[in-house]
Design a protein. Structure first.
Length: 328
């Protein structure tokens, strides 16, 4: 459902609370940070106190660039600092770009709050966060698109910096308006640009490191095509990848003829293997990665696995994909 249907209720919830804390998923990307900044701006526009919770020890480069360019006093705290602030029933937690507790910056954050609002564009499931208000629009391209709609509905005029950060989240999640893009997505981009969003800065946020790009290409040399429409590739396991690296490889695989969905398997750490998946929409990749404890939407999904080898995970993934395709 469109977020504008909740605008009055959301405004009421924010204004009746003393403090609002904003949190996104672990390993923040531009959609998570852009929507967090957009909500921070909305909350402070209502003359209420706001804080963004970030526990990531190392940010994705685009997120670092956005945060380094902030042009106002931005309150960023850790979950440990949150604990010291002793949240009460008069405080509010807003979760952006995520609706599952185990994917958050800190799994313990929700325990401090009785008032919780989720703003997200990913599919909900049985393990989604139990909230007082859940605003989930799976038709939206991104959480940033949803927050842009809120800003327009409230007739607010954020700075060029905030508008640019929000636009960057839209462009990231649509892969430059290629995936999950509707007329509402283009209108949101137009609206943000009219407010002063700078497309040149967005491209700067999205710029890639050359060495990392070369490393990612190695994962594109071992591609297997399943059912003539699903591309699956894995790394050799010698190099650790970041979550956003796997997502970019999965995005790249969708650019090839006849490919409707893609899956990438690679190590994220010494004991963690990641799967990133993308789809043009005909194949619900989130339903496939549900079998691996993942989350997301039919267009994009991801999973972190701590048991098994890359080869074993690949075998299991192929079995699940085959089962899914046979049941379509």
């Amino acid at each position: 459902m469109n977020i504008n249907h909740f605008k009055n209720r959301l405004k009421h919830v924010i204004k009746k609370c003393d403090r609002t804390f904003i949190v996104g998923h672990a390993y923040l990307d531009l959609d998570a940070i852009g929507s967090a900044l957009g909500m921070y701006y909305i909350i402070t526009s209502f003359r209420k106190q706001a804080h963004i919770i970030i526990d990531d020890e190392k940010n994705e480069k685009g997120v670092d660039k956005v945060l380094s360019e902030k042009d106002f006093d931005l309150s960023i705290i850790t979950s440990q600092e949150l604990k010291k602030m002793s949240p009460s029933s008069k405080d509010l937690l807003i979760v952006v770009d995520c609706n599952k507790n185990f994917l958050l910056q800190s799994k313990n954050v929700v325990e401090y709050f009785t008032n919780i609002v989720v703003i997200d564009h990913h599919e909900e499931s049985d393990d989604s966060i139990k909230t007082s208000l859940s605003i989930v629009d799976t038709k939206a391209s991104s959480t940033c698109e949803m927050v842009s709609d809120l800003i327009r509905s409230y007739k607010l005029k954020p700075s060029s910096y905030i508008s640019t950060a929000i636009l960057s989240g839209i462009i990231l999640d649509t892969n430059n308006f290629v995936l999950k893009t509707t007329k509402e997505t283009f209108f949101a981009a137009y609206f943000l640009t009219a407010l002063g969003a700078n497309p040149n800065r967005v491209q700067y946020y999205l710029k890639q490191d050359l060495d990392e790009y070369i490393e990612r290409q190695k994962a594109l040399t071992n591609i297997e095509v399943l059912h003539k429409k699903i591309a699956l590739t894995k790394s050799d396991g010698k190099v650790k990848y970041r979550r956003e690296d796997l997502a970019k490889i999965a995005d790249t695989l969708l650019l090839f003829n006849d490919i409707e969905a893609s899956f990438v398997i690679a190590p994220l750490g010494d004991e963690t293997i990641g799967i990133s998946a993308r789809s043009i929409g005909n194949i619900a990749v989130n339903e496939i990665l549900d079998h691996f404890g993942g989350g997301g939407s039919k267009h994009e999904a991801a999973s972190k696995i701590t048991i098994g080898t890359i080869k074993e995970i690949q075998k299991n993934l192929i079995e699940v994909i085959n089962q899914y395709m046979n049941n379509m």
